[in-house]
Design a protein around this ligand. Sequence first.
Ligand code: SF4
Length: 298
Amino acid sequence: MEIVNTHTGKIYVDTDHRLEFLTVGDYGKENNIKADFLGLHKEINGVQHKTVDLTQKWVATISTQKGCPMNCKFCDCPKYGFYGNASVDEMAYEIETILKNETVKNTDRFNVHFARMGEPTFNPNVLAFARDNLRKLVAKYIEAKTIHPVVSTMLPKANSHLTQFVLDWCNIKNIDYRGEAGLQFSINSTDDAQRDYQFNNRSLNLAEISALAKMLQHPVGRKYTLNFAVTKDTILDAERLTKLFDPKKFIVKITPIHETKSAVKNGFDVTTSYDDYEKLDKRIENERHKKDKRKLGL
Ligand code: SF4
């Protein structure tokens, strides 16, 4: 297994198991901009890189599949091919490897993102692993005040079990974890044509995602998240978003698109850095002004 050290953590490339996973400390909540999309009122800060402290927040990002059968235009995973779902034991192996390779023995928060290789909703083992194994497994190695698993999905239309998976995950979030779990929908654009391009026509359309969103029970703890990996060309229509998704249930998270080879090859603007949110800040500010004007009947 190859271990690649980065300035914030380690990437494990396990060719034997065909898995890739990573560990990273909290390098700032500022990395993600969260906007309450009804008010869009939270201030947007550029990201300041800060020293990693695993005792405060520790993020493990694991693969749920070996490669990925989806073919999102901005992602390098499909190049690897697809070799099936990770088993419960294999996901446990990813977490154990991450925990064993650090000297830290306690943390305020251990987040597990099912978001490296693969589309997690294709793998029912994710549900069983989070519900029955994860907390016991983590407790064997470290003391974590909070354990917070997060499923991120691009809502594949080819998954006939998608609705059931998402509803089951909401139960895990709201009941098993008493709110301390996350559900993120990769939306990326409020324009269906732009989404179709990015997700290679493999994601549900916005109306279908909205219908699924309406079926979700009210979140306990943190709201569900609408994730926008943005470029300067991203279409983000706050009014449309508000019509599609209930702001009482959802928040919006905006992150710059990652500079993957596929993103570059497919012409995505990846120059937006974590330190440059000016344009986005302006766009959201404009949306807010439009909304205020409407409220005042101007
Ligand atoms: S973004 Fe996710 S679903 Fe899309 S190809 Fe990459 S790993 Fe698969």
